[in-house]
Design a protein around this ligand. Structure first.
Ligand code: AHM
Ligand code: MG
Length: 326
């Protein structure tokens, strides 16, 4: 199907953008638009909290561990609460899964949509004032409305996402998302309190020369072709860039061309990154921007999750770079 690319001018607000694109959203008369607005609202609130994080005593750990075994930071909890609150109050979402929670939340309403959320990705970077992000995926519920949700509603392949994206909290904060019609980026204008269109129709170059991997893991990478690929990057004097915040590393490579790699290692034999909270959303975005995402064997979007916290290796970015790895 021919994609209708964005024709709205740079500077248009997210709200106006959503309104003008309503007819393209799957079976949505307002509901899906409202859901995107709810996400933007939560993003603004989290952005505000992050901006003052250095000023008040909300930084640091709370001493608990999330479902993946990572130590939770205070701002992890805060972001989780803000997003869940905004999505629950909006009424369009019936179920939520979050990287910060063990199992799914059934909101027991007649909403049509399921949201998977990593409320604050890269949170080990919070205390050192480095960019972090929120990642989200939106699916339609599978079971009948007004019945109890089941795991089937959540364990959907990434290819069934109807929208996905991320918020990057950085020097400027950005909301980047796709509804399956290309990728658009909005920059937050704090004095207006609005996200405005700044990067329409984002396209990821098929070639790139940036590679992003935690090279401290080199000795424990299981897949030999990944080791060879990294050597190849060095032989070609590619640029190594790794922030350790997936959203920030991904965003840079999306705009400049490059590849992000999180392979299987002896510590994480199935990879570290979560399919439902991290990889699927970014895979949908990169494919819509002309790039590619695989686990080394198959497209990320074709993987059937077996649990909510399913992990897999992730190779994502410029199409030809990802192809030459697989
Ligand atoms: P998190 O969701 O607990 O923050 O973990 C995911 C993060 C990614 O943002 C980042 O790319 C990766 O973990 C870094 O892992 P490592 O420190 O092993 O390189
Ligand atoms: Mg994460």
């Amino acid at each position: 199907m021919e994609k209708s690319r964005i024709d709205l001018p740079i500077g248009v607000t997210l709200d106006r953008f959503i309104k003008s694109k309503e007819s393209e959203y799957p079976s949505a008369v307002g509901a899906f638009s409202q859901l995107l607005r709810d996400i933007a609202l939560a993003a603004k609130v989290v952005n505000r909290e992050l901006n003052k994080a250095g000023l008040i005593d909300i930084m640091g750990n709370v001493g608990n561990y999330n479902a993946g075994g990572d130590e939770q930071k205070k701002l992890d909890i805060l972001a989780n609460t803000r997003f869940i609150r905004a999505l629950s109050k909006g009424g369009e979402v019936c179920g939520i899964i979050s990287e910060e929670s063990e199992s799914f939340v059934d909101l027991e309403n007649d909403g049509k949509y399921i949201v998977a959320l990593d409320p604050l990705d890269g949170s080990s970077n919070i205390d050192v004032n480095v960019s972090v992000g929120t990642i989200f995926s939106i699916y339609k519920r599978i079971t009948t409305i007004n019945t109890a949700l089941t795991e089937t509603d959540f364990l959907q392949k990434g290819k069934y996402q109807i929208a996905a994206g991320y918020i990057l909290y950085g020097p400027s904060s950005m909301l980047v998302f796709t509804t399956g019609n290309g990728v658009n980026g909005f920059t937050y204008e704090p004095s207006l309190g609005e996200f405005v269109l700044s990067n329409p129709n984002i396209y990821c170059n098929e070639e790139g020369n940036i590679y992003s991997i935690n090279e401290g893991l080199s000795n424990s990478i299981i897949d030999l072709k990944v080791k060879k690929y990294i050597q190849n990057c060095k032989d070609n004097e590619y640029t190594a860039r790794y922030i350790g915040s997936l959203v920030a590393d991904f965003h840079r490579n999306l705009l400049k061309g490059g590849i992000y790699l999180y392979p299987a290692t002896t510590k994480y034999p199935n990879g570290k990154l979560r399919l439902m909270f991290e990889s699927n959303a970014l895979a949908f975005v990169i494919e819509q921007a002309g790039g590619k995402a695989t686990n080394g064997e198959m497209d990320i979007l074709d993987i059937q999750p077996t649990t909510i916290h399913h992990t897999s290796p992730l190779y994502i970015g410029s199409k030809n770079m990802v192809n030459s790895l697989s």
